[in-house]
Write a protein that binds this ligand. Structure first.
Ligand SMILES: [Zn+2]
Length: 147
């Protein structure tokens, strides 16, 4: 990723601008008392519905989950399987916050989508997609019998 991938929010499609807003709102619900690192996500489904998520931490650290997976689990648990885009909002001074490796893997299970990353109250958006974020994706293309 380089600076050519950074766009101004107001130049993006209004559906994506709305998605960025929803992710920013979801970030406010972050439960992150241990890291104090708030993340919000908003997932745009094929049918144009939106599911939001935030990171949820736990005193037993591995039990927590990321905002992206939270949004996916909400959508999947309501029958959604196809997604067009996800917006991720977090605050780091120097760069944007792309999804972690585990979230990229989870996303790849449900097909390709565009990924928009920004900061709260920030006009710059890093625009990418899952194919670029997770090249050579794991998938089982043969039958499910492993030798
Ligand atoms: Zn993650």
């Amino acid at each position: 990723m380089d600076n050519e991938d950074v766009k101004k929010a107001h130049e993006l499609d209004c559906q994506i601008q709305n998605l960025l807003l929803k992710a920013t709102e979801a970030r406010e619900f972050s439960y992150s008392p241990y890291s104090n690192f708030k993340v919000g996500a908003a997932l745009l489904c094929q049918d144009d519905s939106i599911y939001t998520g935030c990171n949820v931490e736990n005193s037993s650290f591995t039990v927590g989950t990321c905002a992206e997976r939270c949004a996916y689990f909400k959508a999947i648990s309501e029958g959604k399987r196809k997604f067009k885009a996800i917006a991720i909002v977090a605050m780091q001074k120097k760069w944007f916050t792309p999804p972690c490796g585990a979230c990229r893997q989870l996303m790849s299970e449900f097909g390709q989508l565009d990924v928009y990353m920004t900061k709260p109250r920030h006009d710059d958006v890093l625009v990418s997609d899952l194919k670029r974020l997770l090249p050579y994706q794991f998938e089982v293309t043969d039958d499910k019998t492993f030798e």
